[in-house]
Design a protein around this ligand. Structure first.
Ligand SMILES: CC(C)(COP(=O)(O)OP(=O)(O)OC[C@H]1O[C@@H](n2cnc3c(N)ncnc32)[C@H](O)[C@@H]1OP(=O)(O)O)[C@@H](O)C(=O)NCCC(=O)NCCS
Length: 223
């Protein structure tokens, strides 16, 4: 995976620019915290910090997962991005290798809010809803999450994380990166469009409309 690289320096900041570091299990609790801050009210957030942290501990050690964290000079995580080259395999891995750790927080969440069960079922169908099947194609990667600490946004951290993601996708031979975003999330949609993603389609998930964006990576050299 690529070496660390600084994000672009915010014009009005005298602080050191964050360093982009490969995501590891030790970033999992911060990733869960940032996920909850960045995606309030969504299905995954409603499953709780423990389950999200388990997910972000699993992803970077999975053969079909990787990501990056943006760290400041005090090693604090200001942002992260998480990617899979097979959503279907990642789900299977969570449900098999992590079942013992997965069940307690999952059952607690379902007992608290039974309606989450229906959404969990929709999540299992998600690879089919995007129209890419369980494997998503041999050379396709999916950006599962990209989040920047609210106070650190608009300083180039998201762009630097995305550049690292694209470079790593190319290194792994991926030719396409997709991302699903809430259709009402106009800020994130603008972010992706600025970074050469094209709008592919919309589809319903969790009772909301989602927009699928795709970025072609062939002959891409990162950003
Ligand atoms: C989407 C998100 C990750 C972008 O992160 P970010 O760190 O703010 O991204 P950047 O700073 O690279 O770019 C954001 C904006 O800052 C501007 N910007 C980029 N570099 C900059 C710099 N050095 N100085 C000032 N502004 C800058 C860009 O023009 C961009 O403007 P836009 O919003 O009009 O596109 C962030 O807004 C976020 O966490 N949102 C909540 C979670 C979410 O919705 N994630 C996406 C769905 S998974």
């Amino acid at each position: 995976m690529s070496a660390t690289q600084p994000a672009s320096q915010p014009a009005n900041s005298s602080l050191c620019p964050p360093v982009i570091h490969p995501l590891t299990p030790r970033h999992a609790a911060d990733a869960a915290r940032l996920h909850i801050l960045g995606q309030p009210g969504t299905f995954l957030t409603s499953l709780g910090a423990d389950l999200l942290a388990l997910f972000y501990r699993t992803l970077p050690v999975s053969p079909v997962g990787f990501g990056f964290a943006a760290l400041n000079g005090e090693n604090r995580t200001l942002g992260f991005a998480a990617v899979t080259t097979s959503t279907g395999h990642l789900f299977v891995e969570m449900a098999t290798r992590r079942l013992g750790q997965l069940l307690p927080p999952l059952l607690t969440a379902f007992a608290r809010r039974p309606s989450l069960l229906l959404r969990a079922g929709q999540t299992l169908l998600y690879p089919l809803l995007t129209g890419r099947g369980a494997d998503g194609g041999d050379f396709h990667a999916e950006l599962l999450a990209i989040m920047t600490e609210p106070a650190a946004r608009s300083q180039g951290i998201g762009g630097a994380l995305l550049a690292a993601v694209c470079a790593e996708c190319v290194r792994r031979g991926m030719t396409e990166l997709s991302v699903t975003v809430d259709a009402a999330n106009s800020g994130a949609r603008r972010f992706y469009e600025r970074h050469d993603f094209f709008y592919a389609k919309e589809f319903p998930l969790y009772g909301r409309m989602m927009a699928l964006y795709v970025r072609r990576l062939a002959a891409d050299r990162g950003e």
